[in-house]
Design a protein around this ligand. Structure first.
Ligand code: SAM
Length: 474
């Protein structure tokens, strides 16, 4: 019945009474040990963060920002930021999936752990979703990427946090090439994206896929003899009875039982005169719908064209679980407009931020792992490498964290790529000092690295950096 025409009432008969839905609260919720009240979660500790590096705030527009720290206190801190609270138009998150594994980057280093299980995982994500919701504008959308480990549980949590009525799609994505599975089950090549809007009035720029010859021939299989145009045949009746003209006789025929004509008999005559009715050998009429390429094929909820890392020429950062950039561009284009603010609170290598930047949006990215932060810095300062280069080890030039913050890279990056601010949360400051060689003077914890570097580097580099800074800020 899934593809049939549905109704909320059983039509007529004595049985209709037995089939009436029972009244009362019919909502379904997930209960588990340790589920905190929403008020407690929202009132929890806020992060203190330090700006290490980056351009100054541009008046009127939220500057791109990368935060290194646990996202929950950072998100709570952003509740107090007038540039962010209620301003985020699009959220995409690709959190750990509860796979009980530790992921390594292409250079074989541990990048992040995905070890939370069951209720611990559910509550971990629920806490963040509740705060994220507060940061979102009323016309914002959120996409949550998961796999089959926890998608069902999190769908219920999303219904609770955002309202079941704001659920839009459960998108199935083909994530990889066909697997030669050795286990006694079907090869697993799908993961899932839950798409919710914050309200009924949300940004939506309908995405279209281009037509191709195979698809046109499949969907419009017939050729019109007179015009040579491709067409498909569709019924000229629809379910439900009518008392007016569309329920009456046309060319000596009544609509089939329980149905009505889709057009009045006069309009059906007109269509026939224009050659837009096909008559079968048995005299059954069907309407000809001619192929019109329009903008393309409206995109559906099964995505086959956004596999991750499928060929050696694809450019990647080398971060594990790095997502397909075109998929993120598709989401950003569909659910935000130019100049809007996009948030990814589990940003990994920064694919969402790259997509946002490519499409003229501002971004905020948060991640708690140094490997992720380094991937983002590298992506925007130095660029990504072809996947094949990781195999042949051409990409073996391993930058040390402090090299990624070097003013020379900063200077280079500002000419070609995306300027942004880099903040470190209090709990990571020790690591930042050791690995990024960041100096935070006790007297001025808010001093930026560029301030500090200006004092330290040779005059030529200092001059170049200042020139670049001036260019960006002006
Ligand atoms: C699946 S990866 C994201 C990959 C990303 N979409 C990309 O394209 O590169 C999940 C990320 O969530 C981060 N993460 C996990 N727990 C976090 C937390 N509490 N706060 C911030 N980031 C967290 C991990 O470090 C990891 O980088």
């Amino acid at each position: 019945m899934a593809t049939g025409v549905s109704s909320t009432k059983w039509n007529g008969g004595r049985e209709s009474l037995d089939r009436a839905a029972p009244c009362g609260d019919i909502s379904v919720s997930l209960s588990y040990e340790g589920k905190k009240p929403a008020s407690e979660i929202l009132a929890g500790a806020k992060a203190q963060t330090f700006k290490i590096w980056g351009v100054d705030e541009d008046t009127g527009k939220t500057a791109n920002r990368l935060y290194w720290g646990d996202n929950l206190p950072v998100l709570r801190m952003l509740l107090d930021d007038e540039h962010v609270r209620g301003k985020v138009k699009l959220v995409y998150i690709d959190p750990p999936y509860s796979t009980n594994s530790v992921f390594q980057s292409r250079d074989q280093k541990d990048a992040y752990a995905d070890l939370l299980q069951g209720a611990h995982f559910v509550e971990f994500l629920r806490e963040r979703l509740l705060v994220i919701r507060e940061l979102m504008a009323s016309d914002a959308s959120i996409y949550v990427h998961l796999d089959d480990n926890m998608a069902f549980e999190i769908k219920m949590i999303m219904d609770e946090v955002f309202g079941k009525e704001h659920f839009r799609n459960w998108i199935t994505r083909r994530k990889c090439s066909t697997k030669n599975t050795t286990r006694n089950r079907f090869g697993n090549i799908a993961d899932y994206i839950l798409f919710y809007a914050k309200s009924d009035d949300y940004i939506w720029n309908r995405p279209f896929d281009p037509w191709n010859e195979e698809r046109i021939a499949d969907e419009y299989p017939y050729l019109d003899e007179k015009t040579g145009r491709r067409y498909k045949r569709v019924p000229i009746h629809a379910p439900g009875t009518r008392n007016g003209a569309t329920g009456g006789e046309w060319r000596g025929m009544m609509p089939p039982k329980g149905k009505h004509w889709q057009y009045t008999p006069a309009m059906l005559d007109e269509l026939d005169a224009k050659g837009e009715i096909y008559w079968s050998k048995n005299g059954n009429p069907r309407r000809k719908v001619f192929f019109d390429p329009g903008k393309g094929v409206p995109q559906q909820d099964i995505w086959l064209n956004y596999r991750d890392s499928i060929n050696q020429n694809m450019v990647v950062t080398g971060y594990p679980t790095e997502k397909n950039l075109s998929m993120l561009e598709n989401i950003v284009a569909a659910s935000s407009n130019s100049g809007d603010l996009v948030l990814d609170a589990f940003c990994g290598s920064g694919t969402t931020m790259q997509a946002a930047y490519n499409l003229g949006r501002s971004w905020i990215g948060i991640d708690c792992e140094e490997a992720a932060v380094c991937s983002v810095l590298k992506r925007f300062n130095i660029g990504s490498e072809k996947m094949g280069d990781f195999v042949t080890d051409k990409a073996a030039r391993h930058y040390k964290p402090h090299e990624l913050l070097d003013e020379r890279n900063f200077a280079q990056s500002l000419f070609g790529t995306c300027p942004f601010q880099f903040f470190v949360s209090e709990d990571k400051i020790g690591q930042a000092k050791a690995d990024f060689k960041v100096k935070i003077p006790e007297s001025d914890k808010r001093a930026t690295l560029s301030d500090i570097a200006k004092k330290a580097v040779e005059p030529a580099i200092k001059a170049a950096s200042l020139a670049v800074l001036a260019k960006v800020i002006s």
